[in-house]
Design a protein around this ligand. Structure first.
Ligand code: C2E
Ligand code: MG
Ligand code: MG
Ligand code: MG
Length: 282
């Protein structure tokens, strides 16, 4: 039987639909309901200044608190949300919540310079014509300084349509919003484009940080990314730092910031507030 589409319509399973498609179909329905019921939460991972050892910001990372399955990590639902378009309303919620939290923390735990909040933006969200309005609305509603928001996009998102990306990025920059290239080194961005994009920060992918000091190739790649960023006037954050050794190595390479289990796992709002109250030095 054919599937009917549209609001309030009934979808009828084709008996030949395989188990995988069925699971995906059920998951899509669950995701939709999860949005309506508010089953998503944000966790926050500290971004640490490698020279000062202090918290310079957080990355907001979404989690789904499933009524039966418990906490579901984003890798299990982001791509489906992306394929189905649900990422747009979900991403709007993430932006609103992250900005609301950042605004509240900037007042409850003031810091000089102010701490930044990083938010991940998916491909479909980045291409959506309303993204800039969504971001500006979230900032206004949260009374958050646009200069303390960082949007993370990947190289592959940027390179899908480089000219449109450049325009979108210029618009964000005109509002003083920072831009980060996430998972840098795993995509295929052309270096000639890179210098034209108004990017503030390169985030070195965990896969290279893993091999730091152990595998000469990863070590060389991390050093190369840091010197590339330097010569383009960009800052560098290393993600997935798990050991003291990796941290020391990155400090020697004059990497600006680090993120990873060595400092802290992503934390619930309450745990993040405890940490902010302690103002730790690593
Ligand atoms: P990402 O943006 O590269 O985020 C970093 C991921 O690495 C997070 O996984 C974080 O928990 C994990 N991580 C951080 N430090 C360490 C470490 O030292 N060791 C290890 N093994 N892992 C570490 P998470 O939270 O599961 O998120 C996975 C990916 O899902 C993110 O990768 C991002 O691409 C996506 N994602 C998460 N939240 C959102 C969101 O709100 N919107 C969108 N569009 N994507 C999101
Ligand atoms: Mg990220
Ligand atoms: Mg990343
Ligand atoms: Mg990554």
């Amino acid at each position: 039987r054919a599937k009917a589409k549209g609001e309030g319509s009934i979808e009828i399973f084709d008996p030949s639909m395989n188990a995988k498609a069925l699971a995906r179909f059920q998951m899509e329905g669950e995701l939709r309901r999860a949005l309506e019921r508010g089953e998503f939460v944000l966790h926050y991972q500290p971004v640490v200044g490698l020279d000062t050892g202090r918290i310079e910001g957080f990355e907001a990372l979404v989690r789904w608190i499933h009524p039966e399955r418990g906490m579901v990590p984003p890798l299990e639902f982001i791509s489906l949300a992306e394929e189905t378009g649900l990422i747009v309303p979900l991403g709007t919620w993430v932006l609103e919540e992250a900005c609301r939290q950042a605004g509240a923390w900037s007042r409850a735990f003031p810091a000089d310079p102010p701490r930044l909040m990083n938010v991940n933006i998916s491909a479909r969200q980045f291409q959506h014509k309303d993204l800039i309005e969504t971001v500006l609305d979230a900032l206004r509603a949260a009374r958050m300084d646009p200069g303390t928001l960082k949007l993370e996009i990947t190289e592959s998102i940027m390179m899908r349509d480089p000219l449109a990306s450049l325009e979108a990025m210029k618009t964000f920059k005109s509002h003083n919003i920072h831009l980060v290239i996430d998972d840098f080194g795993t995509g295929y961005s052309s270096l000639s484009y890179l210098k034209r994009f108004p990017v503030d920060t390169l985030k070195v992918d965990k896969s290279f940080v893993d091999g730091l000091g152990k595998d000469p190739e990863s070590t060389a790649i991390v050093a190369a990314i840091i010197s590339l960023a330097r010569s383009l006037g960009m800052r560098v954050t290393a993600e997935g730092i798990e050991t003291m050794d990796q941290m020391v190595h990155l400090q020697k390479l004059a990497c600006d910031q680090g993120q990873g289990y060595h400092f802290s796992r992503p934390l619930s709002r309450e745990k993040a507030e405890e940490l902010l109250g302690q103002d730790p030095r690593w």
